[in-house]
Design a protein around this ligand. Structure first.
Ligand SMILES: Cc1cc2nc3c(=O)[nH]c(=O)nc-3n(C[C@H](O)[C@H](O)[C@H](O)COP(=O)(O)OP(=O)(O)OC[C@H]3O[C@@H](n4cnc5c(N)ncnc54)[C@H](O)[C@@H]3O)c2cc1C
Length: 289
């Protein structure tokens, strides 16, 4: 299939991207094109104009700013996976990025495109929510920060408004005693997460002081397994406490997605198993820091 006709503009800066989006209502931003172009070829999406941000240098790159990692929106999954700064200060992010699709997909796909697209089967939304990250967006009205936990409102729907350009993703660097792990069950064809679970724990004096457990792929948006998190806090992290917490993950999934590959019950079961695996690995990594 060929896409419908569209105008093409290339932005070389955030300011230019914002201005082009303002001047062309209904335009779409083009990052790596890995989700947008297939949608256009299928005519699910027919934007009158594309604003290509893939060569705006200020939108790409990773910096450590005090205790925060700041990641430009067009930073590719491959760059995240290979970054020594990310593996040193927020290893769950490089782990998740390295599990996306295949090398070609990781070379083109971007963190901003993944978050803005909000595919329920994508890996990075789950991890960024678990990290308590924020998304910085720019528009003609100025910049604003959106909490990742409030950004993913439904299937393929975020709290970003039309014309807003996601410029940066901000996540806290791990502190002492913190470890994280991302465990996923890959769809055999695409590599997308049928279910993916992000676990981040902080341990002090042999007890868990903070636990974050977020499940993606099972519901329309990433969900926090709050009962499991509460069950771990104040406890030593061992086989028994982790198994008990993982057993409560299903409570967070009242209405799982269901399709020809994985039923709702199967997704619930996957979430429980992957939560246990992710927590065990996160606890081991926390003990090493
Ligand atoms: C074969 C294949 C396998 C894949 N496997 C996986 C996988 O295993 N796990 C996974 O998580 N993902 C997977 N993906 C998705 C891929 O990694 C990309 O993250 C995703 O397609 C987004 O693509 P993109 O960055 O090229 O954005 P685009 O396709 O360019 O854009 C996607 C959407 O986001 C909007 N957008 C882009 N950038 C911004 C921005 N800065 N601000 C606001 N809106 C923006 C666009 O307008 C568009 O609506 C796969 C993709 C393919 C094609």
């Amino acid at each position: 299939m060929y896409s419908a006709e569209f105008e093409y503009y290339r932005a070389t800066s955030v300011a230019e991207a914002v201005e082009l989006m303002r001047a062309h209502p209904g335009a779409k931003l083009l990052a790596g094109g890995h989700s947008l172009l297939p949608q256009m070829k299928l005519r699910v999406s027919q934007p009158a104009a594309l604003v290509d941000i893939s060569r705006a240098a200020e939108l790409s790159g990773i910096t450590l700013d005090g205790e925060m990692l700041r990641i430009g929106a067009t930073t590719t999954h491959a760059a995240l996976a290979a970054s020594p700064v990310v593996s040193e200060h927020c290893a769950i992010l490089s782990e998740a990025a390295s599990l996306i699709g295949d090398q070609q997909v990781r070379n083109r796909g971007t963190i901003g495109g993944s978050l803005a697209h909000a595919d329920p089967a994508a890996d990075l939304p789950t991890v960024i929510v678990a990290l308590g990250g924020t998304l910085t967006a720019a528009s003609a009205a100025g910049p604003r920060d959106v909490l990742a936990g409030e950004c993913f409102v439904d299937l393929f729907t975020t709290a970003l408004t039309e014309g807003e350009v996601l410029t940066r993703v901000n996540v806290p660097a791990y502190g002492a005693g913190t470890g994280g792990a991302y465990a996923k069950h890959r769809h055999p064809a695409s590599g997308y997460a049928v279910v993916g679970v992000a676990a981040i724990v902080t341990v002090s004096d042999g007890r868990c002081t903070r636990a974050r457990l977020v499940v993606g792929g099972a519901q329309p948006n990433p969900v926090s397994a709050s009962a499991s998190e509460a069950a771990l806090e104040g406890q030593p992290l061992n086989e028994a406490t982790i198994a008990a917490a993982a057993a409560q993950v299903a409570q967070a999934l009242p209405n799982p997605l269901s399709d020809h590959y994985a039923s709702a019950d199967y997704r619930r079961q996957l979430a429980t198993v992957l939560a246990r695996r992710a927590l065990v690995t996160a606890a081991e990594r926390a003990a090493e820091r």
